[in-house]
Design a protein around this ligand. Structure first.
Ligand code: NAD
Ligand code: MG
Length: 389
């Protein structure tokens, strides 16, 4: 029996994880479940899976959660510190599936408690990669990637052949605007941008896929997970999302991971590593698919990739600034306050104006994150004042 804690249990990755737990009751038991404000979703999952503890990050939701779980012996708590407390509770694996930098402290709390991490929350590595890696080295806990590309690389990247790896190749679906002209992207609404052609995901990552900032964040994520320099991590657009990523070795061999695009597969890999878990995902039928295509990403339509690469090369505070500015800009776009193309523009301007230099501690990260959010918010407000074309 593996005890699982899910941080962000009510989200897309959180619910996928719970589906796998439901399919394998003999293998898994739920320790803690956390959510931001979705009391009904959290309470229903906590009851169904007999969680030991349920925690909401928003303190104003405490009473509602307490009432929703009345008559059970599920412990109830609220507030950011309680989310960290849940993350550090005894468990065999913590699924880090909170969206954004909000996941950083809880993920670190789990690492410091010595619990292996199934990492979906890529923003944690983008905003504090070095600090997170130091913490995992200190406690020796594995970071098992849930992001499908990184799960693919993890499965074909033999650690004993690390020095023979020449290049990582991340595949990208290209998102909903792969074929759209810039004029269409300029007028795109939140509803247009969240319509991902292949994956059904949370709102923030769906917008990140549309700007391709998601792939930029994934380059940074891959850098920290696999100790690979920026210039040896390539991106190729592959609209069918069947090849999930590739690793090239010095002898010219390229090893790829394929599968029907379904997040249950990478979540299952992380939950059961080094073993495998059976899933009832659709099996791959290559003859039926017929054709797999690959193309380069358009640097003019998708400047976010260049920004993320610049941030990774600059290191220190700059990836933290990139991530914070992107979170602010995506939230503003989802509220119809800025246009779609303003997202990358605001990230770029925040990187120009924001802090640089090394990050020594978690406090430094938090300070840089807050400063960058303030700067990005001021650009959002400035563009509010300008009427949309
Ligand atoms: P989502 O928006 O569907 O879910 C986010 C979860 O985090 C929810 O449970 C929410 O309650 C919780 N949350 C939000 N803000 C919080 C806060 N301030 N404090 C505590 N909890 C908070 O997001 P998702 O699509 O499941 O993505 C989660 C993470 O996984 C992201 O980092 C994303 O990039 C990554 N990821 C997702 C997918 C996918 O298929 N959805 C694939 C790869 C990686
Ligand atoms: Mg991904």
């Amino acid at each position: 029996m593996k005890r699982i804690t899910i941080l962000g249990a009510t989200g897309s990755v959180g619910r996928t994880t719970l589906e796998l737990v439901a399919d394998h009751p003999e293998q898994f038991r739920i320790a803690a479940l956390t959510a931001n404000r979705d009391v009904a979703g959290l309470a229903a999952a906590a009851r169904r899976f007999g969680a030991a503890r349920a925690v909401v990050a928003d303190p104003s939701c405490y009473t509602a959660l307490k009432e929703a779980l009345a008559g059970t012996n599920i412990e109830v708590a609220a507030g950011p510190a309680a989310v960290c407390g849940a993350a550090a509770m005894p468990a065999d694996i913590v699924v880090a599936a909170i969206v954004g930098a909000a996941g950083l402290k809880p993920t670190l709390a789990a690492i410091e408690a010595g619990i292996p991490i199934a990492l979906a929350n890529k923003e944690t590595l983008v905003c504090a990669g070095e600090i997170v890696l130091q913490a995992t080295q200190k406690t020796g806990v594995p970071l098992l990637p849930v992001d499908s590309e990184h799960s693919a690389i993890f499965q074909v990247f033999a650690p004993n052949e690390r020095r023979a790896v020449e290049r990582l190749i991340l595949t990208a679906s290209g998102g909903p605007f792969r074929d759209a002209p810039l004029s269409v992207m300029q007028r795109a609404t939140a509803a247009d941008a969240v319509k991902h052609p292949v994956w059904s995901m949370g709102a923030k990552i769906s917008i990140d896929s549309a700007t391709m900032m998601n792939k930029g964040l994934e380059v940074i994520e891959a850098h920290f997970l696999f100790a690979m320099p920026e210039e040896r991590i390539d991106i190729v657009v592959h609209p069918q999302s069947v090849v999930h990523s590739l690793v090239e070795y010095q002898d010219g061999s390229v090893l790829a991971h394929l599968g029907h695009p379904d997040m249950r597969t990478p979540v299952a890999v992380a939950l059961s590593w080094p073993n495998r878990l059976e899933t009832n995902c659709k099996r791959l039928d290559l003859a039926q698919i017929g054709k797999l295509t690959f193309e380069p990403a358009d640097p003019v339509k998708f400047p976010a990739i260049r920004l993320a690469r610049e941030a990774l090369r600059a290191r220190g505070a700059v990836p933290t600034v990139l991530n914070a500015a992107n979170e602010v800009a995506v939230a503003a776009f989802l509220e119809n306050r800025i246009g779609f193309l303003d997202i990358a523009a605001i990230v770029e301007r925040t990187m120009e104006a924001g802090p640089t230099g090394p990050l020594g501690s978690l406090d430094d990260v938090i300070q840089v994150d807050e400063t960058a959010r303030r700067i990005a918010a001021s650009f959002v407000t400035a563009s509010d004042a300008t009427p949309a074309p």
